[in-house]
Design a protein around this ligand. Structure first.
Ligand SMILES: Cc1cc2nc3c(=O)[nH]c(=O)nc-3n(C[C@H](O)[C@H](O)[C@H](O)COP(=O)(O)OP(=O)(O)OC[C@H]3O[C@@H](n4cnc5c(N)ncnc54)[C@H](O)[C@@H]3O)c2cc1C
Length: 248
């Protein structure tokens, strides 16, 4: 049985579109920071399961997730109502392309996230090994509304001189309203942080965002001489879509 029944420990709403929740961690559940796992709810004996990036780190004895609420979504229309003590089913195998080893060590590591794409980076930025491989880490989180800046206080309280956190909000007044991808591409991001312009020889990029942002940035980076990590080898950038758009 690849799925085990886990217990909801807590739920934390962020906005009308997003919430986080914490589950008990299955015994012997192994994963790497940045990976995702399939989780689900059983309804009338049938499991409805979806991929979820793990927010918590390998050192934690719980599993935490950051979720969208899709009003008519087969999973999240029910998941949004979970309460402590309820059951969520967790697959035994985690995987993904946003782990430490998915980019070469380097100077500045740019973590570019939109929406729930922040999740895997929450796991990574608390890993001391990340800062052993990269001199500096820049985390950009782009969302529509201020309330969707999940974990903002936690990230700010990390108070790590090797980490720059750049929140951007596109549909409400906010100091930075550009999309993170645009900010990176224009060179404005490194400039405002006083960092050298991103260079594939020295710097690294991880992207976890909506499919169009991920696609656009992948094209941009490839055109600029960056190499995507794949089965042929470890490059200087890696991506994972934060969700897949289903067409009816
Ligand atoms: C590798 C991977 C990792 C993922 N990690 C997460 C995660 O950490 N948190 C999370 O909430 N979802 C994540 N997802 C998406 C997740 O698997 C589900 O799609 C989501 O939970 C909605 O499920 P649903 O059954 O309610 O609706 P679905 O039928 O799965 O989705 C319906 C529609 O909602 C939109 N949608 C789905 N997920 C999102 C999202 N996260 N943000 C914005 N729009 C979305 C899409 O347009 C999609 O077509 C991930 C997907 C993949 C492939």
């Amino acid at each position: 049985m690849p799925y085990s029944e886990q217990t909801v420990q807590s739920v934390r709403p962020w906005s009308d579109r997003t919430f986080s929740f914490r589950l008990s961690r299955p015994q012997d559940f192994a994963f790497e920071n940045g990976e995702f796992v399939t989780i689900g709810l059983k309804r009338e004996g049938k499991l409805v399961a979806r991929a979820y990036s793990i927010v918590s780190s390998v050192v934690h004895d719980h599993l935490e997730f950051l979720s969208i609420h899709v009003p008519d979504g087969p999973l999240t229309s029910h998941l949004v109502r979970i309460r402590p003590g309820d059951s969520v089913w967790v697959n035994s195998k985690a995987t993904g392309s946003l782990t430490l080893n998915h980019v070469l060590p380097g100077r500045t590591l740019y973590l570019l996230a939109t929406g729930t794409g922040l999740a895997p980076f929450m796991s990574l930025i608390r890993d001391p090994a990340l800062y052993a491989r990269h001199e500096h880490v820049v985390l950009v989180h782009s969302v529509r509304t201020v309330a969707e800046l999940a974990y903002r206080a936690e990230i700010e309280s990390l108070d790590n001189p090797s980490l720059d956190y750049v929140p951007t909000v596109t549909r409400e007044p906010f100091p930075t309203s550009e999309r993170g991808g645009d900010l990176f591409r224009s060179g404005g991001l490194s400039q405002r942080l006083g960092l050298p312009a991103p260079d594939p020889e020295w710097d690294r990029v991880m992207i976890c965002g909506n499919p169009s942002m991920t696609r656009e940035l992948t094209h941009h980076l490839r055109d600029a001489g960056w190499t995507l990590t794949n089965h042929r080898g470890i490059g200087n950038f890696t991506t994972e879509v934060a969700f897949v758009v289903h067409h009816e």
